[in-house]
Design a protein around this ligand. Structure first.
Ligand code: FAD
Length: 644
């Protein structure tokens, strides 16, 4: 019996949050795509927190949606509570977060994949990557670049492909630790993937080991909610997807609950640290600083009397409750004792123990900003495998890797989003340019142009790019163009309409505690006053025509933050200038004697594609960048690309 041999355009290894977006992008670009997973029942599984979005992560979901991705639509169909965070702060940090019905989220995403043209789903472990050497591409160590040709699965079947996207998440050589109890499984007891790491090493890929952790799940019948603070969703829900009709998300919402640890909890943890795989040194992998276990919180923030604990429903059709803020890998008996010190959990029953998981992943410095491997043509990767952490970070990389694998197959130009265009650009640039020694989690503080990269204008920033990639429909584009026209028109109108210092207008201003007018002012000028919003000004703006809420939101922000926005746009112009200064792939940094040794080593290691990217590599100083700029000028001159 001969082994099965299939021919496709793209193989996607993994059907987690990265794999789903990558596979849908390729199939929607018309490419024959196969997506592999160790278990079809775990498509888009949420093995940790039951929510999508939150600070900066909500921005990523909106950007995925603007590009034509699925996560935003999927959570709009399966959420059970929704909240806009940080409303007391400026629009740059407003961020949507929705609690998901996990089972529904998986079921709904699976349905989308199962009904996607050009896409086939295969439950199988991919064990080997197939590649061939590209003659004449030897590097200084005589090692040839390679070209991916396909994958081999556990049964020995071969899938030939022009591109392969690795989205293996937390499964490669996965190990789960709950105190002394260790299992060699993936999350939720699913099968781990134990062969691919060796195949990657054989192709010259350097691997590393990270870890993350999750809290216990409790039986809600064993919880006393009267001892906790109920947390409600927003009265008026805002959808994640720009394509979702806001009326469709005004649903009955479930509550979450807030309680706190206390000194008793902390004492139990402190007196059992020797049994913690983290503190006993059993865990090899590096964990995320920004998602600390309760052990880490008690040790690192010893001065804190209590830590917040959120009880979050895992879904509508289950009694399981997620204990947010108390992830741990302490032994089961210690877990039960520590959880039962928390108000409301005195009689709790654990359905699933908390645990930590270790897994193999890569240093993403081996990738281009397209998420393609620098030394293996046609091999791309996305998600936790690239050293990030979080559903949203994974999905964002997934759609970018999918678009680029698709364009590679179609021999089209690479598709890159830079730091000034989106949080997705910040995420990928940080992963492939900076040295990350722990799982990378997105935060608003990482985005230098965050006033421009708001979650509310993701469509204006990225829809055209999604359209160019073939993932956004004509209808969606027309909707955007009309929206932009309405925004511009209304801003022009507000900048033209002059409000005189009449008694009625002065009385209006007095009523709203606003300074009286000495001479006329435009509505736009008045709107810059913190106490006067677009809504409030309706009283003295009788000619106004109704505009859609999504237009109103943009008009208000553009006018109120005009000065700050313009300043950031000027900074972006400077940034773009350096990004445009490309560095030839063939450059030999040993030919630039005045480069400092550390900078030469880092530039040879990262091989940045532009001077802008080079300037963000740690160990490359502004002086090194000046040396590099002079060298590139000379190179261009000798190549006759520049006049003296
Ligand atoms: C225990 C735990 C705790 C976590 N805690 C946090 C946290 O606190 N904060 C946070 O932000 N994120 C956390 N996460 C991470 C979050 O789950 C991931 O970021 C997210 O799921 C990553 O998505 P992904 O698509 O990269 O990979 P995953 O969702 O892990 O999906 C990987 C997919 O690859 C498939 N696969 C893997 N190898 C193979 C192979 N060889 N052949 C075929 N299929 C394969 C699997 O079947 C699966 O479909 C946690 C995850 C776990 C497991």
């Amino acid at each position: 019996m001969t082994q099965i041999r299939e021919k496709v355009d793209v193989c996607v290894v993994g059907a987690g949050h990265a794999g789903c977006e990558a596979a849908l992008a390729c199939a929607r670009m018309g490419l024959e795509t196969v997506i592999f997973t160790v278990s079809v029942d775990s498509i888009a599984l949420m093995p940790c927190n039951p929510n999508i979005g939150g600070s900066s992560k909500g921005h990523l979901v909106r950007e995925i949606d603007a590009l034509g991705g699925e996560m935003g639509k999927n959570i709009d169909k399966t959420f059970i509570q929704s909240k806009m965070l940080n409303l007391s702060k400026g629009p740059a940090v407003h961020s949507l977060r929705a609690q998901a019905d996990k089972a529904e989220y998986t079921r709904s995403m699976r349905k989308v994949l199962e009904n996607q043209e050009h896409l086939i789903i295969k439950q199988a472990e991919v064990c080997e990557l197939l590649a061939e050497e590209i003659p004449g591409t030897e590097d200084e160590n005589g090692i040839c670049r390679k070209k991916i040709t396909g994958v081999k699965i556990f049964t020995g079947a071969v899938y030939e492909a022009k591109a392969v996207i690795l989205c293996t998440g937390t499964y490669l050589n996965a190990r789960c630790l709950c105190g002394e109890a260790i299992t060699h499984t993936g999350p939720n007891g699913l099968q781990a993937a134990n062969y691919l790491t060796d195949s990657l090493k054989n192709l010259g890929v350097s691997m590393r080991r990270f870890k993350t952790g999750t809290p216990a799940r409790m039986d809600r019948r064993s919880i006393d909610f009267s001892r906790m603070e109920e947390q409600f969703g927003d009265e008026k829900v805002v959808p994640f997807s720009f394509s979702t009709n806001p009326e469709d998300v005004q649903i009955r919402q479930d509550s979450c609950w807030l309680t706190y640890t206390n000194e008793k909890t902390h004492e139990i943890i402190r007196s059992n640290l020797d049994r913690s795989p983290i503190y006993a040194g059993i865990i090899e992998g590096t964990g995320p600083r920004y998602c600390p276990s309760i052990e880490d919180k008690v040790v690192k923030f010893a001065d804190k009397e209590r830590h917040q604990v959120f009880l979050e429903p895992e879904g509508r059709h289950t009694n399981e409750m997620y204990v947010g803020g108390m992830s741990s890998s302490l032994p089961e008996d210690v877990q039960l004792a520590m959880y039962r010190t928390v108000p409301g959990l005195e009689h709790c029953r654990i359905v699933r123990n908390a645990y930590a998981i270790e897994y193999d992943c890569i240093d993403a410095g081996q990738l281009y900003p397209t998420l393609e491997f620098k030394k293996i043509d046609g091999l791309f990767s996305a998600g936790q495998f690239n050293g990030s952490s979080g559903y949203e970070e994974a999905a964002a990389q997934g759609i970018l890797a999918g678009i680029n694998a698709g364009r590679k197959c179609q021999q089209k130009e690479p598709f890159v989003i830079d730091r000034s265009e989106g949080y997705l650009g910040v995420l990928v640039d940080d992963l492939v340019t900076k040295e990350n020694f722990e799982p990378y989690r997105m935060m608003t503080s990482r985005a230098e142009y965050r006033l421009l990269l708001r979650q509310d204008n993701a469509d204006i920033r990225l829809r055209r790019k999604g359209y160019e990639a073939g993932l956004v429909s004509e209808e969606q584009m027309q909707h955007l163009i009309q929206k932009e026209e309405m925004i511009a028109q209304e801003i022009r109108r507000l900048q033209k309409v002059v409000i005189g210092a009449s008694a009625a207008n002065q009385a209006f201003l007095e009523k709203h505690g606003s300074n009286l007018l000495k001479t006329g002012a435009t509505l736009a000028e008045l709107m810059c006053r913190p106490e006067l919003s677009y809504e409030v000004l309706a009283e003295i703006d009788p000619d106004r025509k109704p505009v859609p809420e999504e237009v109103l939101e943009q008009v208000e922000i553009e006018i109120k933050y005009q000065g700050y926005i313009e300043r950031q746009q000027r900074q972006v112009e400077q940034f773009k200038k350096m990004e445009k200064k490309k560095i030839p792939e063939s450059i030999n940094y040993d030919d630039i004697p005045s480069l400092r040794l550390e900078a030469r080593q880092k530039l040879k290691q990262f091989r940045p594609v532009s001077v802008g990217q080079a300037s963000r590599i740690s160990g490359v100083s502004p002086a090194d960048i000046s040396v590099l700029l002079v060298y590139l000028e000379q190179l261009a001159y000798h190549r006759g690309e520049k006049q003296a």
